[in-house]
Design a protein around this ligand. Structure first.
Ligand code: SF4
Length: 378
């Protein structure tokens, strides 16, 4: 899409210095201030001819979807420990990949990551163009452009949330997110085609992450302070404009934490759908009608005749709804050969975050309520 095609208000000619001057100022700043990131070859390395490993760039971009740089760092390191190369990832069993992904959420991404590694291996390496990258599993238009620019210096300028914020402020773009995405892509495309595209897009990302922050941007340190429209108007924090969000619906469930003092009983989610194929703390379906009482939930308990007690409630926010889980606990005799993990090393179970929360709440000290559902001795 070109600027002329943009459906939302975007200044026809940018205020302040021309695009080449904006690029030059930002690259000068990046040469001094670039963040050191484990998947990045910084400007000095690039100047010496070093190039980033496309496997690292791709992996980081997939992990960074919906997650911050600070949160991704340790996961990235652990992932590379287990799968140091694309070949190692492609040849690993899916469960091992999901296990290393546990905690990052959005598990469809981990499945696509695995499928993508296999597809890239079959191709003999990563393709370099946006179009060819976008044809791979789990790679959308933004990620394809980010990989193309960062790993292969293709002259494209993808706009993530940080970049959108900077551009919205620079040019005081009035269009409101999320409908304004095309306007932001058009604004970013103004920068396509200059020198050092990989460094430039990373500079723009760094500027948004470290200086042009959502709250209290540090304009005094910004290389674009002079041309910035929102800074001049004194309303930077009001950009990007946003359409108010509808409240998330709430679903309710009850999770049964069953353990024998050593091991926690686990189940596995159905292969399709939310958290598909992941380990879980067994429980009821999730419904919108309201909370489950323990009596009502007992037919879904994984062990009959246990003395279940409610130990609390945990909440978890998914993209499209909020989940409230009542957590019940019982000490049981685990069925022989049952799927389980050690109670003192829950990470070994590869549980997704919501299930880790439920397991911890169930295993924590402090028992509330009378035991329910215990089989009486006669
Ligand atoms: S001057 Fe301030 S608001 Fe404008 S781009 Fe820089 S940090 Fe953001």
């Amino acid at each position: 899409m070109t600027v002329a095609d943009a459906p939302s208000p975007l200044p026809a000619s940018p205020a302040g210095p021309d695009i080449a001057a904006l690029r030059a100022r930002l690259l000068e700043w990046y040469d001094r201030q670039a963040r050191v990131l484990p998947w990045r070859v910084g400007p000095h390395g690039r100047a010496l001819g070093q190039r980033p490993d496309p496997y690292h760039v791709w992996l980081s971009e997939i992990m960074l979807q919906q997650t911050t740089v600070a949160a991704v760092g340790p996961y990235f390191a652990r992932f590379l420990e287990a799968f140091p190369t694309l070949e190692a990832l492609a040849q690993a069993p899916e469960e091992a990949v999901l296990g290393r992904w546990a905690g990052l959420g959005y598990y469809a991404r981990a499945r696509n990551l695995h499928a993508c590694a296999r597809a890239v291996l079959a191709l003999g390496g990563f393709p370099q163009t946006v179009e060819a990258l976008q044809a791979l599993p789990g790679i959308g238009p933004y990620t394809a452009a980010a990989i193309a620019a960062i790993a292969f210096d293709q002259p494209v300028t993808p706009a993530d949330g940080n970049v959108e914020r900077v551009l919205a402020r620079l040019w005081r773009i009035e269009a409101a997110l999320p409908a304004a995405k095309p306007a932001f892509r058009a604004a970013a495309a103004r920068f396509d085609g200059g020198a050092r595209p990989g460094d430039f897009i990373q500079a723009l990302m760094d500027l948004g992450a470290t200086i042009c922050t959502p709250r209290a941007p540090a304009c005094a340190l910004c290389p674009w302070i002079e041309p910035c429209g929102a800074r001049a108007a004194g309303d930077a924090e009001t950009f990007p404009r946003k359409t108010p969000k509808a409240a998330r619906p709430v679903r309710h469930g009850l999770a049964f934490v069953a353990e024998d003092g050593q091991r926690l009983l686990l189940g596995r989610r159905p292969p399709k759908g939310l958290l598909g194929g992941m380990p879980e703390v067994p429980g009821t379906p999730w419904r919108t009608e309201g909370p489950w009482s323990l009596d009502e939930a007992l037919p879904h308990a994984p062990v009959e005749g246990a003395g279940w007690r409610v130990r609390g409630t945990v909440q978890h926010v998914f993209t499209h709804f909020e989940l409230v889980l009542v957590v019940a606990h019982a000490r049981v005799r685990l069925p022989r050969g049952s799927f389980s993990c050690p109670v003192d090393d829950l990470d070994a179970g590869g549980l997704p975050s919501v299930m880790l929360k439920a397991a911890r709440a169930g295993l924590s000290a402090g028992v509330a309520g009378k035991p329910v559902g215990e089989r009486r001795r006669t």
